[in-house]
Write a protein that binds this ligand. Structure first.
Ligand SMILES: [Zn+2]
Length: 175
């Protein structure tokens, strides 16, 4: 077998495995809603891997969950998330908000880091409640990404949907 043959074999194997797992099935388990901000996307991708989210539907738009909570855009978001739910059989929605988000510049402009976290925690819970009212058998996981002042490190906190205690549940630093 020469190099070209081996190359063909490798290509066929990869294409066949990709096809059988993804393209024909229309099935994945998770949709991730996050902000398109270039400062957090690379860390978000690493974080997703760290929590076991690999193949997924990414819904990456300015402000992420803001459009779920905004009355002007919520119907559109319901429709888009419905494509994941009905079309790809997604039953898990991962929602990621982040600090210093331009989409929330007005709402968060004079808030301390902690108050900004509480604000986003509330936003995450509101968005999760809506998703669960649209798709009652789905589950949600909520995370807040904190960008440090140098914007070179992002820490992710898991936010509980029901726990009244508003401090950190878990904290993970993406590496
Ligand atoms: Zn943002």
């Amino acid at each position: 077998m020469d190099c070209r043959d081996r190359g063909d074999l490798f290509q066929r194997k990869v294409i066949s495995s990709f096809t059988s797992h993804n393209l024909n099935s229309h099935q994945t388990s998770t949709c991730v809603v996050s902000c398109f901000d270039f400062r957090v996307q690379p860390e978000t991708a690493k974080f997703q891997k760290a929590i076991g989210v690999e193949l997924h539907d990414p819904l990456t738009i300015p402000g992420g969950i803001k459009s779920i909570n905004d009355s002007e855009t919520e119907e559109l978001m319901k429709k888009w998330l419905g494509v994941s739910y009905h079309g790809h059989n997604v039953r898990k929605f991962v929602l990621i908000a982040h600090s210093n988000c331009l989409a929330y510049a007005e709402e968060c402009k004079d808030l301390s880091d902690f108050l900004e976290f509480l604000f986003h925690q509330n936003e995450l819970r509101k968005a999760a409640d809506k998703i669960l009212s649209w798709f009652p058998d789905a589950e949600t996981k909520l995370y807040y990404a904190f960008l440090d002042k140098e914007e070179c490190c992002t820490k992710f906190r898991e936010v509980s949907l029901t726990d009244p205690v508003s401090i950190v549940v878990t904290e993970t630093t993406a590496v």
